[in-house]
Design a protein around this ligand. Structure first.
Ligand SMILES: [Fe+2]
Ligand SMILES: [Fe+2]
Length: 309
């Protein structure tokens, strides 16, 4: 499935004004105070975790549909779904820590009386709870915390220390929206483990606010940025988004299931079904980035390489 809503090299549409984003931020602050969770209290962490359940819909597992998947036992399939959701949660919480630094750096330059600054701080609060929730859910599943590869971790240090403008918010949106699409699908899936469904339910509610805020900021900033800034921003956003997508499923999950990691990584990387899942998770955000003029002749190939379009 490819995104072709407008011609990708068209200029970005007129974005919202600062006053409009402030209005949105004020509304989101109200929603944060009324509709937030405390995973410490809202999830029964003492409940035993039944390892005989699926932890993800099988059709979203990276090896689904491959000859290797057909050879795997039922137990290995269940186990891989558990390790892969643990990997998604691990990468998610890693990126949330990056996001906290990005938001804190951004807030540093803003007026604390501005509702946008206050909302950025409220979002940091949400993310601190999410990180602990994901970490506790990984522990409850009896899975390790997966870490992105060393090169990715080093590049992320540069990104979180320097990102500004649309390149600050656009990759955040990609990370949040691809995870969100996966999580929304699982919330009402009876076959998926109840712990995962509850974690996803909490995350989906709170992320909807983050997505709304980041989308408005990207639209406002893309309309205001100059042509050179746009090229840098579009390239940086695409590279960071591609690394995030590539880091979602750790290479280490396969060994945990008793598969040959080299064979399994090769099978997943060339699995058209998995590419299709990637494009499905990114469908909404890629349409948005395209509408903002962020999918161009030079940035689109990077998204294509990561199977995001
Ligand atoms: Fe989050
Ligand atoms: Fe978020």
């Amino acid at each position: 499935m490819s995104v072709s809503v407008t011609r990708s090299d068209d200029p970005a549409p007129a974005g919202p004004s600062v006053a409009q984003v402030r209005k949105t931020a004020t509304r989101l602050l109200g929603s944060t105070s009324k509709n937030s969770y405390d995973p410490e209290l809202d999830i029964d962490w003492a409940a035993p975790v039944d390892l005989d359940k699926k932890f993800m819909p099988y059709e979203r597992v990276s090896l689904y549909g491959t000859p290797l998947w057909k050879r795997m036992t039922d137990e290995q399939r269940r186990e891989l779904s558990r390790q892969e959701i643990a990997s998604v949660a691990s990468t998610g919480l890693w990126f949330e820590i990056i996001l906290i630094q990005l938001l804190a750096r951004w807030a540093y330059h803003q007026d604390p009386q501005d509702p946008r600054t206050q909302y950025a701080l409220a979002e940091i609060g949400d993310e601190t709870r999410h990180i602990t929730m994901f970490a506790k859910s990984i522990a409850s599943m009896g899975a390790p915390t997966y870490r992105p590869r060393r090169l990715v971790r080093q590049l992320a240090r540069l990104y979180k220390a320097t990102a500004a403008g649309p390149a600050l918010f656009a990759p955040v949106l990609v990370a949040e929206e691809i995870t969100d699409r996966l999580q929304r699908e699982m919330v009402n899936d009876d076959e998926v483990h109840p712990l995962i469904r509850m974690v996803n339910r909490i995350h989906v509610v709170e992320e909807a606010r983050h997505v709304r805020f980041a989308r408005e900021e990207v639209a406002r900033q893309m309309a205001a940025i100059g042509p050179i800034g746009k090229v840098i921003s579009n390239l940086a956003s695409a590279v960071v988004a591609a690394f995030i997508a590539e880091s979602m499923i750790s290479r280490e999950v396969y060994a945990q299931v008793g598969l040959d990691p080299v064979e399994a990584v090769k099978a997943a990387r060339s699995n058209p079904h998995f590419h299709q899942t990637r494009r499905w998770t990114a469908e909404k955000i890629m349409t948005f980035l395209n509408d903002q003029g962020m999918l161009t002749w030079y940035s689109r190939p990077i998204y294509e390489l990561a199977h995001l379009v």
